[in-house]
Each structure stands twice: as structure tokens, then as C-alpha cells.
Design a protein around this ligand. Structure first.
Ligand SMILES: *Cc1c(COP(=O)(O)O)cnc(C)c1O
Length: 219
């Protein structure tokens, strides 16, 4: 089943986006099955769980941290995490940068943008994003790299609302790209779309989709 799901989703998303298999709460055999089907990018939302799975699975997997991140947990994954999606404060970036220095690497991050019409979702609004990108201490950080933006749409059945939220994120991405990252080729990722809305996300320009239940079944 897992292999079939991955194949179907890969056909749907085509070559413009990459699939992140969101494996949070799922047992090792499920991840191994996805790996055997060729999947190489996995997403987790808890650091401890990601560390354990990273230790047990083959080392050619890219591990993406997609959840809300506490700064005291960064150190446990700083040596191997491939992309941190949910960065939404300068303080957190400072910690990630510090861990990057310790581990002698540049840690790729996405800045999480608040796009949903709900109180519960994390993320920066545009003014906060601009403030962060213009901050002097941000500009001095050499051991983080901003690869793009991430957003989570509202949890609603109204697909036109979801589409508009994704459109907004894509517009903001284009603006930020031209205002701050024109010369940085690695600033190219738009992480948006989950099991319920990834087709809309792809149409609106997603480059990374984060899909859990449509691959592994419900949690
Ligand atoms: C759990 C999770 C997903 C995947 O959700 P599904 O609906 O199972 O596809 C995507 N993004 C984030 C941030 C998540 O926490």
C-alpha cells in the first residue's frame, strides 16, 4: 500500500515539487517500506523521534523537521537535519546558527509564514518577516541558510480559501526573493500542501509537499 501511494502521489506532483513523506508517529517498518519504494525524504515533527529514526535507518535519507521547534532541542539534530521548515523567530535562528557553528556546517531553514485564517497556526506575518530579514544580527549569521518559505493553510473544506492562502504565500515568496535573495540560488523552496490539499498547493507553486496520512494511513 505504502509503495502504491508514493508512486501515485509522485505521478500527481510531477517534477516541479518533491515529496516529503511525513512519518511522525509511524513505526519503523512503515518507514522502511517507504524507503524500499525509493522514498528518500522524511518529515518528522518531534526532534527525539526524528533522532531515533535517523539512527536506525539508512544514512542516505534527508530528514526534515516540519514541526514547531523548541530552541533547546536544536542541538540533538544539528549534525544531520537536512531542512528545518518551521523557523519563525530570530531567537530560534540564533540558536540554529550557533549549533551550525559547533557542527561546522550551514543548516538550511525555511521561514514559516502565517497564512491561515486561524488562531492556532504558528508563523510570521509579512511585516515580521521583513523585520527579521533586515535585522543586523540576522545578516551576520553565517551558519544558517534560508532556502525559502513554509506555510500551513486553514483546516477547512473551503478549497477556494485554501487556494487563496497558497497564492498569498507564493506572492510573498516572489517578493522576498526579489527583495532579499535574488542572488541566492538556494532560496527556491515553497513548502506547502498536506494530504488534503497538496494538489491545490502544486497548482499554486509548491516545491515541497508534506504528506503523511495519504501515504501511511491515518494517525
Ligand atoms: C502532520 C503534518 C503534515 C502531514 O499531514 P497529513 O495531513 O497527514 O498529510 C504536514 N505538515 C505538518 C507541519 C505536519 O505537522
Amino acid at each position: 500500500m505504502i509503495a502504491t501511494n508514493i508512486e501515485k502521489i509522485n505521478q500527481e506532483i510531477g517534477l516541479n515539487a518533491r515529496l516529503i513523506a511525513v512519518s511522525k508517529t509511524k513505526p519503523m517498518p512503515a518507514l522502511q517500506e517507504a524507503y524500499d519504494a525509493g522514498q528518500r525524504i522524511f518529515g518528522e515533527n518531534k526532534v527525539q523521534e526524528m533522532v531515533e529514526k535517523h539512527q536506525q535507518l539508512p544514512k542516505d535519507i534527508e530528514w526534515h523537521m516540519i514541526g514547531h521547534l523548541q530552541s533547546n532541542k536544536v542541538k540533538y539534530m544539528a549534525n544531520f537535519v537536512s531542512l528545518i521548515h518551521g523557523v519563525d523567530s530570530l531567537k530560534l535562528l540564533e540558536v540554529i546558527n550557533k549549533e551550525g557553528i559547533k557542527n561546522q556546517r550551514i543548516i538550511p531553514c525555511l521561514l514559516q509564514i502565517y497564512i491561515a485564517n486561524e488562531e492556532t497556526k504558528f508563523g510570521l506575518v509579512q511585516a515580521e518577516l521583513y523585520e527579521l530579514l533586515q535585522n543586523k544580527s540576522f545578516k551576520e549569521m553565517k551558519n544558517i541558510a534560508i532556502y525559502g518559505l513554509m506555510g500551513m493553510a486553514s483546516n477547512t473544506d473551503d478549497s477556494s480559501q485554501i487556494r487563496n492562502e497558497f497564492k498569498g504565500l507564493k506572492m510573498l515568496f516572489d517578493k522576498v526573493k526579489s527583495d532579499f535573495f535574488e542572488a541566492q540560488d538556494t532560496f527556491k523552496e515553497i513548502s506547502m500542501g498536506m494530504s488534503g490539499d497538496y494538489l491545490v498547493a502544486i497548482e499554486e507553486g509548491a516545491t515541497l509537499v508534506r504528506i503523511g496520512s495519504a501515504i501511511f494511513g491515518s494517525r
